[in-house]
Design a protein around this ligand. Structure first.
Ligand code: NAP
Ligand code: GDD
Length: 328
């Protein structure tokens, strides 16, 4: 049985990736942070009573800021594949917590790469890079050759991790891949990212539980895809003969305003009657437009997005409506 180690397993992507790998027959090990509660809503359904060495799903306490603990876990587990998804992943919050963000999102990757350099078995490494690295780009659709112009502490940290991944691959012949993923969303998306914030509000407004949602910049354009399809691409990258970097995107960009119109439209409401503005949701600088060109992933991995913008919005609104009906 192949072993995969996932950092960030409690997050949106980590939870979908864990499900996907278990279905593929992997033994999945996840690193979780110590919290005051054991509530881990996205992965609770994966728990089994079997906590023996042969269980398909095992969790370990750890933190990307603690290299000795991660090293001990890696030597104990001896994973075949490592997916580094752990991050302080909120761009605006990275302006409030730049040092912490860089410690986890940049140095956390370097700590892992340093451990992998010294192990004596072959391991494949996936780094969760981001379209935020393109930042204030002037290129209409961004691909693997597009220069980076990061616009936040988060994006700067991700650029650092991207280049270290490439550098360790080149320097030490490691199987290390950087997946440059554009925004991907789902009903498991954190509630303070704009898409989920909107779909949750739409459901609550439709049910009469509130009347407004407060937002920041409505003009930003993003390339929004469906998360369960994006985690498949991560796995595909590690199954290739040679390690490489890939853009994963839909190739379609929409503004926050368009997302609002579509989401409120799903329940027959006009967004302009329910959206107010607060500058606290603005960033010191924002990224105006991101739109990815995933032709390399299509040609080499055979990966293509299946869920289009309208379907994505509909499925997220439906899930938030259903959750309310079930009293969640
Ligand atoms: P997410 O939902 O915010 O999940 C982040 C995960 O990282 C959580 O499991 C979190 O644990 C963990 N984490 C945070 N700080 C940690 C630390 N110090 N030590 C160990 N674990 C820590 O993010 P996501 O949307 O799944 O994204 C996964 C990865 O892809 C991230 O690296 C993100 O930056 C990157 N990415 C995401 C997108 C996107 O659109 N979703 C696009 C490009 C790249 P807790 O549950 O304990 O907080
Ligand atoms: N979060 C949030 N909250 N964003 C808002 C709001 C609001 O109330 N109002 C407007 N926005 C705008 C932001 O200013 C931004 O331009 C856009 O909506 C998207 O914001 P987020 O959903 O927070 O996502 P992001 O694009 O900044 O970052 C996400 O995608 C990156 C990939 O490009 C995160 O998942 C990152 O971790 C990921 O790397």
């Amino acid at each position: 049985m192949k072993k995969a180690l996932i950092t960030g397993i409690t997050g949106q992507d980590g939870s979908y990736l864990a499900e996907f790998l278990i279905q593929k027959g992997y033994q999945v090990h996840g690193i979780v942070r110590r919290n005051s509660t054991l509530f881990r809503s996205r992965i609770d359904h994966l728990h089994t009573v079997d906590e023996s060495e042969t269980s398909s799903f095992l969790l370990h306490y750890g933190d990307s800021s603690d290299g000795t603990n991660i090293a001990r876990l890696i030597h104990q587990i001896r994973p075949d594949e490592i997916y580094n998804l752990a991050a302080q992943s909120h761009v605006r919050i990275s302006f409030d917590m730049p040092i912490y963000t860089v410690d986890v999102d940049a140095l956390g990757t370097l700590r892992l790469l340093e451990i992998l350099r010294s192990i004596d078995w072959p391991t494949k490494f996936y780094q969760a890079s981001s379209s935020e690295m393109y930042g204030q780009t002037t290129v209409a659709t961004q691909n693997e050759e597009t220069p980076f112009h990061p616009r936040s502490p988060y994006a700067c940290a991700k650029v650092y991790s991207h280049y270290q991944t490439v550098n360790y691959r080149d320097s030490y012949d490691m199987f290390a891949c950087s997946g440059i993923l554009f925004n991907h969303e789902s009903p498991r998306r954190g509630e303070n990212f704009v898409t989920r914030k909107i779909t949750k509000a739409v459901a609550e407004i439709k049910k009469g539980l509130r009347d407004t949602v407060v937002l920041g910049n409505l003009d930003a354009r993003r390339d929004w895809g469906y998360a369960p399809e994006y985690i498949e691409a991560m796995w595909m990258m590690l199954q290739q003969e040679k390690p490489d970097d890939y853009v994963i995107a839909t190739g379609e960009a929409h503004s926050v305003r368009e997302f609002l119109a579509e989401a409120f439209g799903c329940v027959g409401l006009n967004w302009e009657d329910h959206v107010t503005f607060d500058e606290k949701f603005l960033r010191p600088v924002d990224v105006d437009m991101l739109c990815g060109d995933a032709s390399k992933a299509k040609a080499k991995l055979g990966w293509e997005p299946r869920t289009k913008f309208k379907q994505l919005v509909q499925l997220m609104v439906d899930a938030d409506m259903a959750a309310l009906e079930q009293g969640q």
